[in-house]
Design a protein around this ligand. Structure first.
Ligand code: RTP
Ligand code: MG
Length: 140
């Protein structure tokens, strides 16, 4: 299995509740290495750009409002099968449907305010990493 990189975010509902360290611990314990990380406050426009694929969805406005409502920790994670592994550790989008022991099951507040984001494939991982990080900011 090849070493992959994926993009991850700790969303405003989680930074607000001081859960950054606990979430990083879940990621590292699963074998994912944090090779880049910074705390940012996204503008509404940045959130709209990041979530452009969802712009026709009914939750788009609410999502962009939420994602620009407070600090977010953006990260690049590296490891074997990192994209799928991160999705597994995160759990289902809706915390009510997330498996036991996942981040969303344990920490998420609702389907919208669900504590974390993770890329869903190799192409989105590349795009999302470059949306927030320069190559020089990623130290493997
Ligand atoms: P993510 O992209 O954040 O890793 O999560 P995901 O793949 O599990 O979910 P996706 O379908 O891509 O949706 C992106 C984010 O939009 C919010 N959402 N709200 N109110 C709703 O019905 C609803 N559905 C999705 C969530 O914050 C979700 O993570
Ligand atoms: Mg998604």
């Amino acid at each position: 299995m090849a070493i992959e990189r994926t993009f991850s975010m700790i969303k405003p509902d989680a930074t607000k509740r001081n859960l950054t360290g606990k979430i990083v611990d879940r990621l590292e314990s699963a074998g994912l290495r944090v090779v880049a990380q910074k705390r940012i406050w996204m503008s509404r426009r940045e959130a709209e750009g990041f979530y452009a694929v969802h712009k026709e969805r009914p939750f788009f406005d609410e999502l962009c409002e939420f994602m620009s409502s407070g600090p977010t920790v953006v990260q690049v994670l590296e490891g074997e099968n990192a994209i799928a592994k991160n999705r597994e550790v995160m759990g289902a989008t809706n915390p009510a449907e997330a498996a036991d022991g996942t981040i969303r099951k344990d920490f998420a507040e609702s389907i919208g305010e669900n504590s974390v984001h993770g890329s869903d494939g190799p192409d989105t991982a590349k795009e999302e990493i470059s949306y927030f990080f320069a190559a020089t900011e990623i130290v493997g």
